[in-house]
Design a binder for this molecule. Structure first.
Ligand code: SF4
Length: 433
């Protein structure tokens, strides 16, 4: 009997992509999506284990859902994603009412449970040959941007990170499958694709590297824009910059390039495999080719052993690079990682105080980045109506900044040229020049 299902997603773009693909995978098997979690009889929670906070939030939500199950025993509730992979059986001990626990390589099993062809239970075996469910990413009608996964897993073992343990070893998807998925998305009206991988720069399919794949994608007709995340500084190449330069209308010079720390001591302890000088060399080569490039980053404060001098190096790095955006986090131990064996010796209040300094420095620099765009002419992709600003359309600049333009001045999916007239930290206003 078809299920009425809902998926709740926590975490990164990879999880959003998996949830979206799972939705289509279930729909093509006859199950029916509902936006309303209360009316679903089959609920899947896709979880993130990167930070303890995200994990606790997801588990809290599941506990809330489980109370509804007491009133409606037919309701099936399962958990998928990194927390499912990491905790496995322990989840049944924590939440006995759960029906299924599905690891990162076992997503197709969810359809079999929904179909009733296999029993409920726990499925967390890793499968190195798992490349995602065989479906094209779900395309909501009217959607302009979509994600496409080009690789799964990670081989880098940054010492603080759980991802290599829960998502397995790095696997690059075949280019023909990636191209077919993007062509299908474009045929359904998608104009912008974001290529996803934990480290897109190490994409390697039978010798085909990431810049070569990017060039193949850039040659897809009617695809207006291509973005890609995440870049790892240790694998970032000049060859990639050459391809970005070759397709200026399609590939904006916007690079998410996590630095994590400006201190070589901390970078070494994090097992990041680059020094701050090597990072700055990459930044210099980006700005040399693209003076207006948007370089965004991730920073962790309070990593074990981080001294005040180490932290000062991080603030100096932020000021030197002038990041267009900074995503910052306070270090928290993830059990099972190499860093969990280090003495977590930065007091919590110091971690928070440093985090606040990173946030305020990041906002100051981001605002300056946006202010510098006033008076420039930008090609922006119209994504839809602005919910918060009646009468305005929401578009995206090459940098990724949101640009508000007058409604009725363009159609959704158009790329239009506007002059930036005003700016706040994350939002720009544009008018026809
Ligand atoms: S590159 Fe490092 S931080 Fe990113 S997923 Fe892999 S191990 Fe985690």
């Amino acid at each position: 009997m078809p299920k009425i299902f809902h998926i709740i997603t926590y975490g990164c773009q990879m999880n959003q992509y998996d949830s979206s693909a799972l939705r289509e995978y279930l729909e093509i098997r006859g199950h029916k999506w509902t936006d309303d979690v209360q009316s679903a009889d089959f609920i899947v929670v896709n979880t993130c284990a990167v930070r303890e906070h995200a994990q606790n939030r997801a588990l809290g939500r599941i506990k809330g859902l489980v109370s509804a199950k007491r009133k409606n025993p037919a309701l099936e509730i399962g958990i998928m994603g990194c927390v499912a992979q990491e905790l496995g059986e322990k989840l049944f001990e924590k939440i006995p009412e759960l029906d299924f626990v599905i690891g990162t390589d076992q997503i197709p099993v969810i359809a079999q449970i929904a179909d009733g062809t296999i029993a409920r239970g726990i499925f967390v075996q890793t499968r190195q040959n798992f490349y995602g469910v065989e479906s094209n990413a779900h395309i909501n009608s009217g959607r302009v941007s979509s994600f496409v996964t080009i690789m799964r897993g990670c081989d880098n073992f940054c010492s603080y990170c759980i991802v290599p343990y829960v998502r397995g070893r790095e696997r690059s998807l075949p280019p023909d499958r990636i191209i077919a998925e993007i062509e299908n998305a474009v045929a359904n009206g998608v104009r912008e694709i974001t290529l996803l991988g934990q480290n897109v720069n190490s994409y390697d399919y039978g010798g085909l590297d990431f810049p070569e794949l990017l060039e193949m994608v850039a040659n897809i007709d009617n695809l207006a824009r291509i973005r890609f995340v995440t870049n790892h500084p240790k694998d970032f190449s000049e060859k990639l910059l050459d391809i970005v330069e070759k397709y200026p209308d399609k590939i904006p010079p916007a690079f998410h390039l996590p630095i994590q720390s400006g201190s070589d001591n901390v970078l070494h302890a994090m097992n990041r495999k680059y020094t701050s000088e090597q990072y700055f060399d990459i930044v210099d080569s980006i700005y040399k080719k693209f003076p207006d490039a948007a370089i965004s980053t991730d920073i962790i404060t309070g990593f074990p052993g981080e001294s005040e001098a180490d932290f000062d190096a991080t603030i100096s790095a932020m000021k030197r690079v002038r990041f267009s955006g900074t995503f910052s986090f306070r270090y928290s131990v993830r059990q099972g990682t190499a860093a969990s064996k280090l003495l977590d010796n930065v007091p919590n209040d110091v971690k928070i105080e440093r985090l606040n300094r990173v946030i305020s420095t990041g906002l100051e620099i981001a605002e300056e980045y946006s202010q510098n765009l006033i008076g420039t002419v930008q090609n922006v992709l119209v994504e839809g109506k602005s919910r918060k600003n009646p009468g305005k359309l929401r578009a995206t600049a090459p940098s990724g900044r949101t640009v508000l333009i007058d409604e009725n001045s363009a159609n959704i999916g158009d790329i239009v040229t506007v002059k930036i007239t005003d700016a706040k930290i994350w939002i720009l206003w544009g008018e026809y020049p």
